[in-house]
Write a protein that binds this ligand. Sequence first.
Ligand code: SF4
Ligand code: ZN
Length: 328
Amino acid sequence: MKCKKCGSKASVNMRQHKLALCKDHYLEWIPEQTERFIKKYDMFRREEKILVAVSGGKDSLSLWDILQRLGYQADGLYIGLGIEGTPYAVQGRSRDVPLERLYSAESHRLAEKFASERGLKLHVVDIQQEYGQPIPMLAESSHRGQGKPCAVCGLVKRHVMNRIARDLGYDALATGHNLDDEVAVLFGNTLQWAGNFLLRQSPVLPSTSGLARKVKPLCRFYEREMAAYALLRGIEYIYEECPFAEGSTSIYYKELLNRLETDKPGSKLTFYLRFLEAREAGLFAAAPASAPDLHPCPNCGQPTSTDDLCSFCRMIAKANAITSKPLP
Ligand code: SF4
Ligand code: ZN
């Protein structure tokens, strides 16, 4: 297989695009395409300040790398979830695995390493330090999530990302969701015809009162394209998934969609792009889009539709009632 641009040996073959590229041309192609998507979906401009949510994984670190290479002002935010030292320690390793190899500590180390090697600014929020308990304990003590901390984790991450973006004056919050992530969510929402969620699934969510603009510049890249980018750029990232991701519905959907993609290359991209077109054309416009009445939470100031504390503050209050700590 030869590179379509220079004829030398190709490193990456993208069947869905009928495009093979050598290492150098691939490493040029990814930022070019990212820039194209940033402009196409009007995500942000050069003069704006971007906060990249980095998990230590390949997508978020690659996103930060690409934005940096494209000359955007992008700082990082790492959220220490405290997922370590549990029986769920990193897959394939025993429980007595050294602490520094456990999920959160390792992902934190890699995010710090990436930032310091490039002289980039990384904000770090440690959930246990700020809110009294790490994610698995918060989930347990607030009795949410049926044995899995993912619901609490999602709530906490959204709250913290929004808080840092708002308090530190960032114009947009960028996450490393790739096409496989987006298509798995789309598939799940389509199976349920979840109109409100379908209406809100987009490469850009504009900022609304008190909520930062959210952008997903990698939403049109396949997961394997991002893995190839990270590998060819020599980015060191955490290879393991969060131990709590095991057995999740989204992984199951990804496996199903991978089977479809193997038989029909390009299916995932077509499913996603046709969805975006249909949404633009108003296919979901008739869905009950009634925007809830939002007002600031009396404790944290973030928008909420309830009359009382927002769901984040209620969860923290419930979790800390056990340890009788006041709300932060
Ligand atoms: Fe959080 Fe669940 Fe994702 Fe782990 S798998 S990072 S607990 S949402
Ligand atoms: Zn609140």
